[in-house]
Ligand binder design. Structure first.
Ligand code: FAD
Length: 622
């Protein structure tokens, strides 16, 4: 049966100390939380079905075709494939014949029916993974059916793995029975790479599993296991410096905004980046060694010469194949240059093809090690990683420089990249500046942004230095480069400003303007409650969520949240009602009404939000 998921959302109540409305990145405050809930209960792939079961997108096309007919114009009808969504929101493409043939295992999402392979897989792993760590119930498979993306694939089974030895045994069993496996660390991926409709191997969030580490020497290298959270590793390095009295503070190079949630396994396998790390400090460029479990259960530890040698012997044909591939690519100058050019900047996705050109073809282990990075768990399980850490210099300064148009700002960014050793440059377009205008602190720090030209833009520039002199040298270099190229400064073309109008700030005010997108979810003390906080463009919102009520069979779930963005002088509260198919759960109307009453919300405040098409604003909110 074809279904679509929708959310019924209750109007957010806001009480504001001032009457300004504030939005961050085009989202209302709490928008990220709404999105998160939307992620858990809706999917973005399916157009809403029309009254006769056709999809809305198709109906629009048909409407256009009729109009075109009236004008005697050849209509351009685009065929929109039918999409099916099951009761729990799993998406699959509906095929013409659409019949699942008994006994035929199809590698198509939504068609993971049981032909005996899952039973055989389960029976074998149960010999060493206790049943308590195998989840097949609808609630937990539903919970693990989403990551931070808008996709949903509910796993057939979630297995909480505790040790590398377990993974080494599970993978060959899965291979033997043809059971697809997906790994999951913290599940904060934004593109659905931590979900599956088959078997999900989950690193535990709690306990000691996959959480060992060893800091080497002064902290310039660290060996970590995949269950450690990135921010946690940085705090361990800070404690190591303090305890050992080491001169330099080190941290891991990758700095995704999800730093306080994401785990090393995901950081390595996504080759995560961030605001400041760019390409040069991502895992690809800062990883020293890796321990990896392959599908046949073999372990390769690139830090161990014996392991390297034995892998070269046991996997001769794989290594020869990788060498031959690298040789072929390196022999093609045009392709090599193209790969180098593409991977010099952040906008790449998929496998790290640069591994094929960056290392000698006769060193397949080095190529394989780097191909693993960013492979999203498709090539093997990372059970350990040794990083070369990067210095976190204590001396930092930042400047927020405004330009009358975005072209000048972009030119300045290129100049700084090519001619200086600047540490970070972030572009603020006019829309972002508008956000800053609404922020009192920002407006005080950079008064120029008030009433800027329609095309005005700004650069937030950060310089860092080992000591005060090195920092000053870096700042001077940046200022000289900008002046040398005669760039226009100032938010209004008609009122040019000198570069000195935008001095570097050495105190923590710099941090205040540094555009950060940090979010954090913490479990509350009471079951069914959690805290959510998001920092975006300098505005922090803190929210407390709890489950107001939910049906045992999850035919509805009602959440209530209260939040505040104290800097913006704004507090708000609201509720979200989710149902699997978007229909109003009439059978539970009284119960829902009573639950809402307890939260001080009236039923008539309900408004329907349909984000099944997932275009535009979060949850389809205008
Ligand atoms: C608010 C927010 C902000 C974000 N900001 C950024 C950002 O600035 N930059 C950025 O790059 N990303 C960002 N992300 C995306 C994401 O958080 C990062 O890519 C993060 O590093 C993923 O880590 P994770 O632990 O959640 O991995 P998961 O999502 O659990 O997994 C990521 C991938 O790694 C695989 N995997 C996990 N563990 C292993 C293992 N041990 N061995 C092999 N494969 C494994 C999984 O199968 C999956 O393919 C953001 C996400 C959110 C929600």
């Amino acid at each position: 049966m074809s279904r679509t998921s929708r959310l019924l959302r209750l109007a957010q109540k806001a009480s504001q100390a001032n009457s300004r409305s504030i939005s961050t990145n085009g989202k209302g405050l709490g928008g990220a939380a709404q999105q998160a809930v939307g992620c858990a209960t809706t999917n973005g792939a399916a157009p809403a079905p029309g009254p006769n079961g056709t999809h809305a997108a198709f109906q629009q096309t048909r409407g256009a075709a009729l109009a075109a007919q009236a004008l005697k114009v050849e209509p351009q009808v685009e065929v929109v494939p039918e999409i099916k969504i099951d009761l729990f929101g799993a998406v699959s493409a509906a095929e013409a014949e659409d019949g699942i043939q008994p006994g035929v295992f199809k590698n198509v999402d939504g068609h993971r029916f049981e032909d005996g392979r899952y039973a055989a897989f389960t029976a074998e792993i149960t010999e060493f993974v206790p049943k308590e760590r195998q989840y097949t119930d609808p609630v937990r498979t539903l919970a693990y059916g989403t990551d931070a993306s808008f996709y949903r694939l509910n796993p057939k089974m979630v297995v909480k793995v505790h040790t590398e030895a377990e993974v080494r045994r599970i993978l060959p069993i899965a291979k033997k029975h043809g059971v697809p496996i997906t790994f999951r660390a913290a599940g904060t991926s934004l593109s659905g790479q931590a979900i599956t409709d088959s078997v999900l191997l989950k690193l535990s969030h709690t306990g000691r599993n996959f959480r060992n580490y060893e800091i080497h020497g002064d902290g310039s290298t660290i060996t970590v296991e995949p269950g450690l959270i990135l921010g946690e590793v940085n705090r361990l390095l800070a404690a190591h410096k303090a305890k050992g009295g080491h001169p330099i503070q080190y941290k891991l190079g990758p700095d995704p905004s999800s730093v306080d949630s994401c785990m090393i396994g995901g950081v390595v396998s996504n080759n995560s980046s961030g605001m400041c790390c760019g390409v040069s400090q991502n895992t690809y460029h800062t990883l020293r060694d890796m321990r990896v479990v392959f599908a046949d259960g073999t372990v390769l530890d690139t830090a161990d010469p014996i392991s390297r040698q034995s892998f070269l012997r046991s996997h001769r044909s794989l290594c020869d194949g990788v060498s031959a591939l690298a040789r072929r690519v390196q022999g093609d100058r045009e392709l090599t240059n193209l790969i180098r050019r593409k991977f010099a900047i952040k906008c790449t996705t998929g496998y790290s093809l640069n591994a094929l050109v960056d290392f000698p073809a006769d060193d397949p282990i080095e190529v394989i090690k780097h191909l693993m990075i960013g492979s999203e768990g498709t090539l093997g399980f990372v059970s350990r990683a040794t990083y070369n850490t990067v210095p976190e210099w204590p001396n930092k300064a930042s400047a927020f420089i405004v330009f009358p148009d975005v072209r000048a700002a972009c030119r300045a960014a290129s100049i700084l990249r090519d001619e200086t050793a600047v540490d970070a440059v972030e572009l603020f377009d006019r829309a972002s500046l508008r956000e800053c205008e609404a922020d009192e602190q920002m407006a005080t720090l950079v008064p120029d942004i008030l009433g800027a030209d329609p095309m005005a833009a700004a650069l937030l520039i950060e310089c860092r230095g080992r000591d005060a002199d090195a920092l000053q040298a870096s700042i001077d270099e940046v200022n000289r480069a900008l002046v040398r190229h005669g760039l226009p400064f100032g938010a209004k073309a008609a009122e040019p400003k000198a570069l000195e109008t935008y001095p570097f700030s050495f105190d923590t005010k710099g941090d205040a303007v540094w555009r950060r997108r940090k979010y954090r979810v913490r479990r509350g003390q009471d079951p069914g409650t959690f805290y959510y906080s998001v920092l975006d463009n300098g505005i922090t919102s803190e929210e407390y969520w709890r489950v107001l009520d939910a049906a045992d069979d999850l035919s509805f779930a009602l959440f209530y949240y209260t939040g505040a963005a104290s800097r913006a002088g704004m507090s708000y509260s609201g509720a979200v009602l989710g149902t699997p198919d978007g229909a109003w759960p009439e059978a539970h109307a009284d119960r829902i009404s009573a639950a809402l009453d307890r939260a001080g919300i009236k039923l008539w405040e309900l408004s329907r939000v349909d984000n099944s098409a997932c275009g535009g604003a979060p949850l389809g909110l205008a």
